[in-house]
Design a protein around this ligand. Structure first.
Ligand code: PLP
Length: 379
């Protein structure tokens, strides 16, 4: 089955009870048993729920995995992955990381005796130099937020395999429409399904997808034992979102390209971060591992003026000033005062998050309206 069919049919069957074409929202916590243990595969909704299971099968299908697991948020999904580890274990993580992931690693799991190395992952030898006998996991996010750096998943997976270390990839920005990490050698794919998977900014959810039965069994155990599951209504909404993932991502990518190109020519813009440009430092890797470049675009203005950047995001009318990304509607964010405000200025500027950096989650509205909105806001 090809991707554009999988988004609609992958892992799905019509409802067994009445033949409902869309999976019903099984809003129930428990299931009747005829005799103790005599049930139809469902006992308690923390463990299993038919609506969540339909969604989990869809996750597995579109990422070319075998097992999908849905969680109450992206961070709950990451939390489950780190719970595969034990005190004394070490993780090598990219340093250009979603802020919430960094907070979970350093403020929660370091306290449980897990050691994290945050490094630039532009080359595989560098990653290998951090591997020792305690290394159990490599954590990759690509493209990164908000600098749109690209990490070569296949190259990292060779290092991981050589040293028998798990490789997990946060595929939130790309989605399986653009990039399928399991095919490139990753062991675990993670999503904040809050973003493109749900696609309509109406749900907070996380997902994990794996191929390996043993890893899956451990993760299912943690999912049930720790209990950070999502509800049936949210499962229904994300499953519905996935059915249009391919056409949304196609339009996000088209609009993202048009806006990146528009901004690159704008006399007031200093630099545009978008992996589709030939002069992007990892363009060749992006071209190899992604099918298109998506709808996330960041830029800085000439003069790098903080107040001017604030004015631009305030002046936008169609783009909404908000955190998050990946919905059908266009959003704009100012990392220095929003997502990265807690990081000291010198620290954030080292990674490129300067005062005038603006991040766009380009939606699927008419491109003329989006460009016109940027035009009037930038001036
Ligand atoms: C939003 C996000 C997360 C966290 O997911 P939540 O659903 O907000 O818990 C993790 N990684 C990336 C890249 C994200 O954008």
């Amino acid at each position: 089955m090809k991707f554009n069919t999988k988004t609609i049919h992958g892992g799905q069957q019509h409802d067994l009870a009445y033949g409902a074409v869309m999976p019903p929202i099984y809003q129930t916590s428990t299931y009747a048993q005829t005799t103790p243990g005599g049930h139809k595969g469902f006992e308690y909704s923390r463990t299993h729920n038919p609506t969540r299971q339909a969604l989990e099968n869809a996750f597995a299908s579109i990422e070319n995995g075998k097992h999908g697991l849905a969680f109450g948020s992206g961070l709950a999904a990451i939390d489950a992955v780190i719970k595969l580890l034990s005190p004394g274990d070490e993780v090598i993580s990219t340093n250009d990381l979603y802020g919430g992931t960094y907070r979970l690693f350093t403020k929660v799991f370091e306290g449980f005796g897990i050691k994290f190395h945050f490094i630039g992952m532009e080359n595989a030898e560098k990653i290998e130099s951090y591997v020792n006998e305690n290394t159990k996991l490599i954590w990759v996010e690509t493209p990164t937020n908000p600098m749109m750096n690209i990490i070569d998943i296949e190259a990292v997976s060779k290092v991981a395999k050589k040293h028998n270390v798990l490789l997990a990839v946060d595929n939130t920005f790309a989605t399986p429409y653009l990039q399928r990490p399991l095919d490139l050698g990753a062991d675990i794919v993670m999503h904040s399904a809050t973003k493109y998977m749900g696609g309509h900014s109406d749900v907070v959810m996380g997902a994990l997808i794996v191929k390996d039965d043993v890893i899956a069994e451990k993760l299912y155990f943690i999912q049930n034992a720790s209990g950070a599951v999502c509800g049936p209504m949210d499962s229904f909404l994300v499953l519905r979102g996935i059915k249009t993932l391919h056409i949304r991502m196609q339009r996000h990518s088209e609009n993202g390209k048009a806006i990146a190109e528009y901004l690159a020519k704008h006399p007031k813009i200093e630099k545009v971060y978008w992996p589709g440009f030939e002069n992007h430092p990892n363009h060749e890797v992006a071209k190899r591992q992604m099918d298109d470049f998506g709808g996330m675009v960041s830029f800085v203005t000439k003069g790098n003026n903080y107040d001017e950047a604030i004015k631009i995001v305030e002046n936008l009318k169609i783009f909404t000033l908000a955190e998050s990304l990946g919905g059908v509607e266009s959003l704009a964010g100012h990392p220095a005062s929003m997502t990265h405000a807690s990081i000291p200025k010198e620290e954030r500027e080292k990674t490129g998050v300067v005062d005038s950096l603006i991040r766009l989650s380009v939606g699927i509205e008419d491109i003329d309206d989006l460009i016109h909105d940027l035009e009037q806001a930038i001036g």
